[in-house]
Design a protein around this ligand. Sequence first.
Ligand SMILES: [Zn+2]
Length: 296
Amino acid sequence: MRWQLGRRSQNVEDRRGGSGGGFSIPGGVRMSRGARRGGLGGLGLIVFVLIAMFLGVDPSMLFQDQTVSTGPDTIGTPRSGAGDELGDFVSVVLADTEDTWRELFDRMGGRYREPTLVLFSGQVSSACGFASAAMGPFYCPADQKVYIDLEFYRDLRERFRAPGDFAQAYVIAHEVGHHVQNLLGIAGEVQKLRQQAGEAEANALSVMMELQADCFAGIWAHHAHEARQILEEGDVEEGLNAAAAIGDDRMQRRTQGYVVPDAFTHGSSEQRVRWFREGLVSGDLKACNTFEAGGR
Ligand SMILES: [Zn+2]
């Protein structure tokens, strides 16, 4: 992937190696958590509970976005700003999704609100609750932030055998895809449906959401390449390989030795590849109607 000369995003919040007492925002201003919450106090808690209910029929949807059971995770040594190539890479990918989705929202007559990307190590507190790195990267609709521990990329490369920078970019683009679903109101509509659904049906809806986020990731790659020629030979294969590697069937086979399609929450390898490719080839939001297609 050609990324080195790309723009860096202003929306990366680096909480790696911190004590958890505060966070820094771009420009070097440092605030305590209390200051940021601005006295929300009890209201914040209620909002959190509502959000948990909102997404909470199955909390795994919140915290196990890429369902990875890695067991005890080795926590990486905190990186300094210098020589932080991976952090730099993620910042460029995020910036590229911003440029791409801003343009696409403009064309639809809307306004794209940029999400924040939080880098953390080991564990993190979000508006959706507390999360550990073992749960994988996730998007929290309540604070519109994407959370990722970059150690996940080692898992992706070594455990899931999905190496390559474009595989890594796909992970970010998928989470940003959830943000787009949030902005478009799709997440809210689906939640209403999930509340009336039984467990198998709720899982099916979750799969359709995930496949759409894959399709949106493909849309990003399509337009980013059209505008900035980011793709190099082998990149598409890297992305498709990553989509397949984190499919539910492969995950289940890996963790429990057999496959239970009703328990799928993200889609099979074949489905994930199919929908990522759908977005990649068409570049068209309308092609990502996974709900109409029943996720197939
Ligand atoms: Zn997802």
